[in-house]
Design a protein around this ligand. Structure first.
Ligand code: SME
Length: 178
């Protein structure tokens, strides 16, 4: 049985250290993509205060498709040219949005969302998707959250056995020599 830890977010770096530790142990030796994504989304949802959505979109080779998440039902598919998720995926960089209404093209899946953090998932050199978090509070996420969630995504990504990449780059293929 999983006993949820109560995290003290006074020092985000310390809290994310504990969360990275908990996620590593929660995933253990499991390699299944859906199992690991479901566990990671649930852990983040219970650990972080002030969220209204937390979960995954996976890249199917053409667009992002919703994966395991917590929160209200959301948009099923997002083009790489759309929204915060599409921008983070296509740029392959994390995006902190303090005010979603000021982000051109933001997709409002939940009208309560006011701020957002999206971290891309890249494994074996291939885009795999994004991890997305929404908050009803403006400015909820800062660089400490970005860095912390990037660490969580790295744990999830390394623990998971990825299927052959939809964009042609095998996760088993070595990156090209310089
Ligand atoms: N707001 C996101 C869409 C996904 S939902 O927030 C769950 C975006 O602009 O890409």
């Amino acid at each position: 049985m999983f006993s949820p830890t109560t995290f003290d977010w006074t020092d985000k770096r310390v809290a994310y250290d504990a969360l990275v530790h908990d996620l590593t142990h929660l995933l253990g030796d499991e390699r299944d993509l859906v199992a690991n994504a479901s566990q990671a989304a649930a852990l983040v949802w219970h650990a972080l205060p002030d969220l209204n959505w937390a979960g995954f979109y996976f890249f199917d080779g053409a667009e992002l498709v919703v994966g395991p998440f917590q929160g209200l039902p959301a948009c099923t598919r997002i083009a790489l040219t759309r929204g915060v998720c599409g921008a983070a995926a296509s740029r392959r960089e994390s995006i902190v949005v303090p005010d979603v209404h000021a982000f051109p093209g933001h997709i409002a899946c939940d009208s309560r969302s006011r701020s957002e953090l999206v971290v891309p998932i890249v494994a074996g050199g291939a885009l795999r998707g994004v991890f997305d978090m929404d908050s009803p509070t403006p400015g909820r996420f800062d660089d400490a959250d970005r860095f912390g969630v990037e660490r969580l995504v790295a744990v999830f990504s390394a623990a998971t056995a990825w299927p052959p990449s939809p964009d042609g780059a095998s996760s088993l293929r070595r990156p090209p020599s310089p």
